[in-house]
Design a protein around this ligand. Structure first.
Ligand code: GYE
Length: 323
């Protein structure tokens, strides 16, 4: 169970190479290709699948040799993968930390080995920012705020109680912590908007369904579901339909991500509002990797550009949605 599913995403680097085997001593396969070790969170959601594809495709395009490792949502697997990248003397390590805390030791090991680290997608809470070169990804607090803003507007002028249930992402992860906080901050402006239950669904469809079933059993008066990602929202839709209620009508639903399946449910009227979170971080990551390898200065924080979608906007955007 604890096996790391290591996959060499790029085919052997030397295929069709020029035969020049002068190595820079960086432990790569004999040519001058940059070797990037990437530790991915897992394959828990549609977002993650699109993110993995973006990283694999853009590494290929950039001519970067990618050593890809899937941690199956376990921090211990990520730490093992990073240690293995250090041993293999890769040129750069990038990873998306499953949770925020507990990275200092392994990041110091990378630093001591002289291997630069780039954070993608999720942050770490270490106060020592010298442990990584850059962090590229979304502002999850803003995403939560956008979800909260929409809800406050939706019920503007109404004073009767609005009962909200919340499906949180993976416990301890940056997107779960921040999306919860941003949302709570905004709905505080309307005292009738109340979170009556909040629990993790681990960013998966199966868990989203299971927890929503429990919510529905415990509370007969749910007005709104806020799910920290589309997949949990989609699982919850099955639970709501199973309980004989209409998602999007009897229970209003807000999610985050805007992957295709989520956008389809939004266009179909089963979700009411989606806050976008872009998984297409690959091209920017490869640019960063090249710069870091060349010893150039890079921005400490690179923010992803994102929007939000209503049902009408989802209908318009769906035909050209990439993921
Ligand atoms: O929203 C969720 C995924 O870290 C932004 O992780 C990412 C989140 C994304 O599982 O679907």
């Amino acid at each position: 169970m604890i096996l790391i599913a290591g996959v060499l995403a790029a085919p052997l680097a030397a295929c069709g190479g020029d035969g020049d085997s002068a190595s820079s001593g960086s432990g790569n396969s004999g040519d001058d290709k940059i070797v990037l070790g990437f530790s991915q969170v897992g394959a828990e959601s549609g977002w993650r699948t699109a993110n993995t594809k973006s990283i694999q495709d853009s590494a290929k395009e950039a001519g970067i040799e990618l050593k890809f490792s899937d941690a199956q949502q376990k921090q211990e697997n990520q730490i093992k993968a990073i240690r293995s990248f250090i041993q293999q003397k890769v040129d750069v390590i990038a990873f998306s930390p499953v949770v925020e805390s507990g990275w200092d030791t392994v990041l110091k090991e990378a630093k001591d080995a002289g291997i630069p680290v780039i954070l993608t997608d999720r942050a770490v809470d270490s106060p020592d920012t010298s442990l990584y070169k850059s962090f590229i990804g979304s502002d999850f607090v803003v995403e939560g705020e956008r979800a909260g803003d929409w809800l406050v507007k939706e019920y503007a002028g109404k004073t009767e109680p609005v009962n909200i249930v919340e499906l949180q992402g993976t416990t301890g992860s940056a997107p779960a912590n921040d999306r919860k906080k941003g949302f709570a901050d905004k709905i505080a402006a309307a005292p009738n908007l109340k979170i009556i239950a909040s629990q993790t669904g681990d960013f998966t469809r199966a868990k989203g369904k299971e927890v929503m079933e429990a919510f529905l059993k415990a509370h007969s008066d749910i007005d709104v579901l806020y799910a920290h990602n589309d997949d949990m929202g989609l699982g919850a839709i099955e639970a709501i339909e199973g309980a004989g209620k209409k998602p999007g009508v009897d229970i209003k639903i807000i999610t985050v991500d805007a992957v295709k399946d989520g956008m389809q449910a939004l266009a179909d009227g089963k979700i009411n509002f989606i806050v976008e979170c872009s998984p297409l971080l690959g091209p920017q990551l490869m640019e960063l990797v090249k710069k870091v390898k060349a010893g150039e200065a890079v921005e400490a924080r690179i923010l992803t550009n994102e929007t939000t979608f209503t049902q009408e906007q989802a209908k318009a955007a769906l035909p050209t949605r990439q993921y």
